[in-house]
Design a protein around this ligand. Structure first.
Ligand code: ADP
Ligand code: MG
Length: 514
């Protein structure tokens, strides 16, 4: 039997933005009825390539064939006519319109030809039932969560009769349960004969759902695989261009004395809602305690209380001394007592984006003796120190005079991590350490965290990435609805058990560790 004609074929696509060659001579064949993954690190050129396919950008060179026919796609209307639908990384919905209005928006050809709302409503209902895409047609977009907004984007594409659906990093904004649901939707779409292109930088998603996968690196298409015939290490190596350690290499912890003792911590927010409902745990020197949970179950509040910026009741002791949890503790007092903090949101809390890298490397620590004495700061020493730390933490480029905002997200994170780890804390609070960070940099940051642990630091790790929690932690506590649902030794649990606790299924096992 001859090979079927590809649903999409790209030949020699190139695209530059000024000096940046975002796509270089890209070729790609996507077979009909398959789920085809495109994987690559941040900046590899994935979104640019898909934007060309959707008529958002014009390629400088190259050819697009849809179902074997050369097709010009000068704008998104042409893409829609060619049967292509796109779910963008940042949704393009009208916030104060209803679901139904958003779905039909732009399809009506002027007021007289407007399809009757009733007809559109019926069609939407049929689509929703066919593909498990339930959503209330009369809900206002801004009132529904991101998971539902994404379903509206998919419905919009299907309503426009898309046969080929492109999803750009669709799970970045989803909880694990929402991501599972999305994958069920994608499988339903595939079963109905749709072709799907899934852009992601997550190896697990590629392995779980795709039939084939193409790898991009620095603007080039570097490899194609059948998913069943490849493996995460092989894909990671293709993405990064060198071997990458996916498993964190660490020896069993040797916990020392308790560093942090938290008793019955409670937080009530401005609306009177209880966000922490009696949290208690202990964390020892030389140990990583991972806090797992779906975002929004109190983990952020816990970090803020310990970081000193949120008021709580209960008691927190650091090395036996009571810690101020009035919410007014000064950052400097926290740092002087031996607490370092890599906040969840590095852009607003961890860095001053307009300041140079060297100023950010010293941020909060400029009173330390290494930087001069009294009121006189030794700027040259601060700059040399920043250069040294940036080199050791592989910040690219290692130029202390560049503004923080000119670094990529992963490199900004390395700047914050370098500053906090190098402060030699007794306790490190670290929230979402690798959010938006490339695989190569993740490996590096994980190594630094483990090596800090091995020097005796107590580490409280908060992450919504269950894989990260499982590979880094020595002990794991799962938060749900402001409580700790259960605690496990990392070596004696797995994603399935933790997933149940994350969903709020009560912990029946007796006793909590430590
Ligand atoms: P990915 O989606 O794989 O993360 P992108 O396609 O967004 O990568 O970006 C590829 C490269 O092109 C990056 O270096 C990015 O900074 C650059 N780039 C993307 N869009 C633009 C644009 N509109 N103007 C200038 N540079 C851009
Ligand atoms: Mg992108």
């Amino acid at each position: 039997m001859p090979d079927p004609v590809p649903a999409i074929e790209l030949r020699g696509i190139s695209k530059a933005f000024g000096p940046v060659q975002a796509n270089k001579d890209i070729s790609l064949r996507v077979m009909p009825g398959t789920i085809h993954g495109i994987i690559g690190e941040n900046g590899a050129g994935k979104s640019t390539l898909m934007s060309i396919l959707y008529g958002f950008y014009r390629a400088d060179r190259g050819e697009i064939l849809i179902n074997g026919r050369p097709t010009a796609i000068p704008d998104s209307q042409a893409a829609i006519r060619a049967g292509i639908g796109m779910v963008f990384q940042h949704f393009k919905l009208v916030e104060n319109f209803t679901v139904l209005e958003n779905v039909i928006l732009g399809v009506e050809d002027g007021p007289l030809l407007r399809p009757s709302l009733a007809k559109a409503r019926a069609e939407l209902k049929a689509l929703a039932e066919e593909y498990e895409l339930e959503v209330d047609p009369d809900a206002i977009i801004e009132d529904i969560g991101v998971g539902l907004q994404q379903r509206v984007e998919i419905l919009k594409a299907l309503y426009r009769k898309a046969d080929i659906l492109i999803l750009d990093e669709p799970t970045g904004v989803l909880t694990p349960a929402e991501a599972d649901h999305l994958f069920r939707i994608l499988r339903n779409l595939q079963a109905q004969g749709k072709t799907i292109i899934l852009i992601t930088h997550k190896l697990r998603e590629i392995m779980e759902i795709t039939d084939r996968v193409s790898v991009m690196r620095r603007g080039e298409m570097v490899a194609h695989f059948r998913t069943a015939e490849t493996s995460p290490p092989e894909l990671a190596e293709a993405m990064v261009g060198r071997k990458v350690l996916l498993e964190v290499d660490k020896t069993p912890a040797r916990p020392g004395a308790p560093v942090l003792e938290v008793e019955n911590l409670r937080v009530v927010d401005a609306k009177g809602v209880e966000r922490l409902r009696g949290i208690s745990f202990r964390l020892h020197a030389g140990e990583i305690l991972g806090i797992a949970g779906v975002a929004g179950n109190g983990q952020s509040e816990l970090l803020e209380v310990l970081g000193g910026t949120m008021k709580a009741t209960g008691s927190v002791r650091l090395k036996g001394q009571a810690l101020d949890i009035s919410g007014n503790a000064l950052g400097r007092a926290r740092r002087d007592s031996g607490i370092a903090h890599v906040p969840e949101d590095r852009q607003t809390r961890g860095l001053i984006l307009d300041f140079a890298a060297w100023e950010n490397v010293a941020l909060g620590y400029h009173h330390r003796p290494a930087y001069g004495s009294g009121t006189r700061l030794d700027l040259a020493a601060m700059q040399a120190d920043a250069r040294d730390k940036m080199q050791r933490f592989d910040v690219r480029p290692p130029d202390p005079f560049l503004a923080a905002k000119s670094f990529s997200g992963g490199n900004q994170q390395k700047i914050v991590v370098a500053r906090e780890i190098e402060s030699a804390p007794d306790l490190l609070l670290i929230g979402q350490p690798t959010r938006g960070v490339d695989i190569g940099a993740i490996e590096f940051i994980h190594k630094q965290i483990v090596s800090l642990r091995d020097r005796g630091c107590a580490i409280l790790l908060v992450s919504v990435e269950l894989d990260e929690i499982l590979s880094l932690s020595d002990r794991i506590a799962v938060m749900f609805d402001g409580r700790i649902m259960g605690e496990r030794e990392a070596a004696r649990t797995d994603a399935r058990e933790l997933g149940l606790l994350m969903a709020g299924v009560a912990d029946t096992a007796a006793g909590r560790a430590a």
